[in-house]
Design a protein around this ligand. Structure first.
Ligand code: AHR
Length: 521
């Protein structure tokens, strides 16, 4: 039997894990330097992004209180339950490009009186404004997440943003505070993060770095948080992928700032896309597309190094966070789906793309203290798909669930012996590893076998910690383009995985193109 067929047969029969005896070539040695703990992996790197785009919010989250789909105050219960299970730390809303055309007053007050507006960025559809400020904050409360709002810098004013923040956060009976109470929320809301514009170098107004910086100073001054129960981090627009002009301009302005304004973070946007417009198919792709998208994903590490180095020049104490508040695979749209809705299937390849990105963020944990995958439901690299009353969890969702133990855990450096996956002109490490220690002292390891045809035999050496074995889950699939559908919702789902110690080393066999997360015992 060829190696490919053996690997496939094993993936099909679920024989990976303890007791699996198929010999893999190139045994790989992983060393976890448990005695050299690094920074905390901020739970906010597992943030979500919900833009008014396609079916991301309407249908994906909001069905309205009169819907036959089970809901709580209009917010669908199945989606809330699924998101609670992955402990979403924050949700970024209302955009994206949409945020720079959003006027918050359209989305408050009685829903039947709210104006219908347009959503020119995304299909030119009607925006009913039935999901507005109170609905969003109800939603994040239901899932137990923090609110990350983006204010409109592109087509709004600093006065509009200042009013929104006063409306949201003041505990005092000002006119805006009273208006909020009259609209059903007497207590001030907690706003943990505030994005000051979105892609101001592009859809957010095509601003030069200097022009944006002048806007930033004004908005950062007047869009105030009045709620003493919640500190609010202000996130400036930062770089588009590898472009460094915004990184330099914002950091230089921050370094020379006066008492009158401040920020706590800058954002980076980078999608796994290879070239625009996105043309890579979400399913039915071959190994060429598999390898090149994984390789493109790993460019994130170069970008993090580039922008972190610039930030270090201006801010060696690492006060300012780098927040990668848009990331993920951007693929060709699902055939037949509406233009501008950015609907795409989500396969085992997406699971690997998610794990690779999260691992890169964790390796930069001292600076990357927030990230938001694009996007949460029905859009781009989604966690969840809905179709009327039906819901399905994607392979990417399962990675976020497997990675919950890494939230706020302490990063542990790892060394991996040289072993490569090569395809055409792409060369990648065979296995991508990330480890951390949680607050109870348990050590967690994530291992992704990037090779789509060969299982990987791995021996793990844990310096500074004793292990008798390891237990966790593995996410593998029969094909790299395997997906979950409404008819077959569990085609790609995690399965239990155990590993035993032999000769002082933890031995494990990783399925081709799999993501495995285990805790040492
Ligand atoms: O996530 C889709 C879009 O991608 C966002 O609206 C925008 O910020 C980015 O260009």
């Amino acid at each position: 039997m060829s190696r490919k067929i053996l690997a496939l047969a094993c993936a099909l029969s679920g024989c990976l894990g303890a007791g699996y005896s198929l010999a893999a070539d190139d045994p790989i040695r992983v060393t976890i330097e448990a005695d050299k703990p690094g920074a905390t992996i901020n739970r906010h790197i597992f943030g979500q992004f919900a833009e008014h785009l396609g079916r991301g919010v309407y249908e994906g989250v909001w069905v309205g209180p009169d819907s036959p789909i089970p809901n709580t105050r209009g917010i669908r219960n199945d989606v809330v339950a699924a998101l609670k299970a992955i402990k979403v730390p924050n949700v970024r809303w209302p955009g994206g490009c949409f945020a720079d055309e959003y006027h918050w007053r359209n989305g408050i007050g009685p829903r039947d009186k709210r104006p219908a507006t347009l959503n020119p960025n995304w299909g030119g559809v009607i925006e009913p404004n039935t999901f507005g400020t109170h609905e969003f904050l109800d939603f994040v409360e239901q899932i137990g997440a923090d609110a990350y709002l983006s204010v409109n810098v592109g087509s709004g004013t600093s006065a509009e943003a200042a009013d929104w923040l006063e409306y949201l956060t003041t505990p005092q009976p000002s006119a805006l505070g009273k208006e909020r109470a009259a609209n059903g929320h007497a207590d001030p809301y907690k706003i943990a993060m505030l994005g000051i514009g979105n892609e101001s170098w592009g859809c957010g107004g095509s601003m030069t770095p200097d022009y944006y910086v002048s806007q930033l100073k004004v908005f950062a001054r007047y869009a105030r948080n009045y709620n003493p129960q919640q500190t609010m981090q202000r996130i400036a627009v930062g770089p588009d992928s590898a472009h460094t002009e915004y990184t330099k301009a914002v950091m230089e302005a921050w370094k020379n700032k006066t008492w009158a304004w401040d920020i706590e973070g800058i954002s980076l946007h980078f999608y796994t896309v290879v070239k625009w417009p996105p043309a890579f198919k979400a399913t039915g792709f071959g190994e060429d597309e598999y390898a090149s998208l994984l390789s493109e994903t790993r460019r994130m590490n170069d970008l993090l190094n580039t922008h972190v180095a610039i930030m270090d020049e201006y801010d060696p104490a690492k006060k300012i966070a780098l927040v990668v508040d848009e990331w993920g695979a951007w693929l060709a749209k699902t055939p037949g789906s509406p233009e501008g809705f950015l609907e795409q299937q989500n396969s085992q390849r997406d699971a690997l793309i998610a794990a690779l990105n999260i691992n890169m963020f964790a390796r930069h944990a001292d600076r990357v203290r927030g990230a938001n995958i694009a996007q949460m439901v029905n859009v781009l690299q989604a966690m969840i798909f809905t179709q009327r009353e039906k819901m399905v969890l994607t392979p990417t969702y399962h990675v976020f669930r497997l990675y919950v133990p890494f939230q706020d855990a302490t990063f542990l450096p790892t060394k991996v012996s040289a072993a490569e996956y090569k395809h055409g002109d792409v060369t990648l490490p065979r296995v991508d590893v990330m480890a951390a220690r949680d607050s109870t002292g348990k050590t967690w390891i994530s291992l992704s076998n990037l090779d789509p045809t060969r299982p990987a035999e791995v021996s793990v050496d844990v310096n500074g910690a004793k292990a008798r074995g390891a237990r966790g889950e593995t996410l593998a699939a029969t094909r790299v383009d395997s997906v979950n559908t409404f008819d077959a919702p569990k085609a790609v789902a995690p399965r239990p995985f155990t590993a035993k110690v032999s000769g002082g080393l933890l031995k494990m066999m990783l399925a081709p193109a799999s993501v495995t997360v285990v805790a040492l015992e």
